[in-house]
Write a protein that binds this ligand. Structure first.
Ligand SMILES: [Zn+2]
Length: 192
């Protein structure tokens, strides 16, 4: 029954990992409180947990190079759900992925997600406004096999809109800056 919730994940290993994560995330204060409440049967808690799972939107990773080669369009407030889908899909691919662009889940809008260690940051309409310290490196991509050489900048400043549609400016360096540059390249149809 549970497997039908995630329409897109074909790999049983990832299904397993994903369910583990969901349970972990859902094992916070809220559930502990409900589980220890003797007035509430355990069955009811399970039902609530199931409905939580159904809300998650894990999307299939696009590997169609023709599709990925097309530029994306500006995002609007109406695209907030796409940002949430990116959060769920990155969470489901945590083992092999540190960032994604919306076209990788089939939506040609300027939206990316970047893992910054302890959290994932969704950026709507991200634009790199400054960059410095160029270097050569190699990168892989969830939508490609193998690695490719590319040029990146050690430090960047990026403007974007957050989930509340407030404009943000963030300085990034090193690994997070690299992920961000990789994902922003996806928006113009560039795959590494
Ligand atoms: Zn990529």
């Amino acid at each position: 029954m549970v497997t039908t919730v995630y329409t897109v994940i074909g790999n049983p290993l990832y299904c397993h990992l994903l369910f583990g994560d969901v349970n972990q995330r859902k094992s916070g204060k809220e559930n502990i409180k409900k589980m220890t409440n003797k007035d509430k049967p355990v069955v009811e808690w399970k039902k609530e947990n199931e409905s939580y799972r159904r809300k998650k939107m894990v999307k299939q990773i696009v590997r169609d190079i023709f599709f990925l080669g097309q530029p994306s369009e500006p995002a609007t407030k109406a695209d907030i759900q796409v940002g949430k889908d990116l959060q769920d899909t990155l969470q489901a691919n945590r083992e092999r992925c540190v960032g994604m662009a919306a076209n990788m889940i089939g939506v040609k809008k300027n939206i990316i997600i970047v893992n910054m260690g302890f959290m994932d940051v969704v950026m709507f309409n991200p634009v790199i406004v400054s960059k410095r310290d160029m270097y050569e490196t190699e990168e892989g991509c969830l939508s490609l096999d193998g690695v490719r050489k590319t040029t990146r900048y050690q430090e960047i400043e990026v403007d974007y809109y957050d989930f509340n549609w407030k404009k943000q400016r963030q300085k990034l360096s090193g690994w997070t800056a690299q992920i961000c540059q990789h994902e922003i390249d996806h928006l113009s149809g560039k795959i590494i």
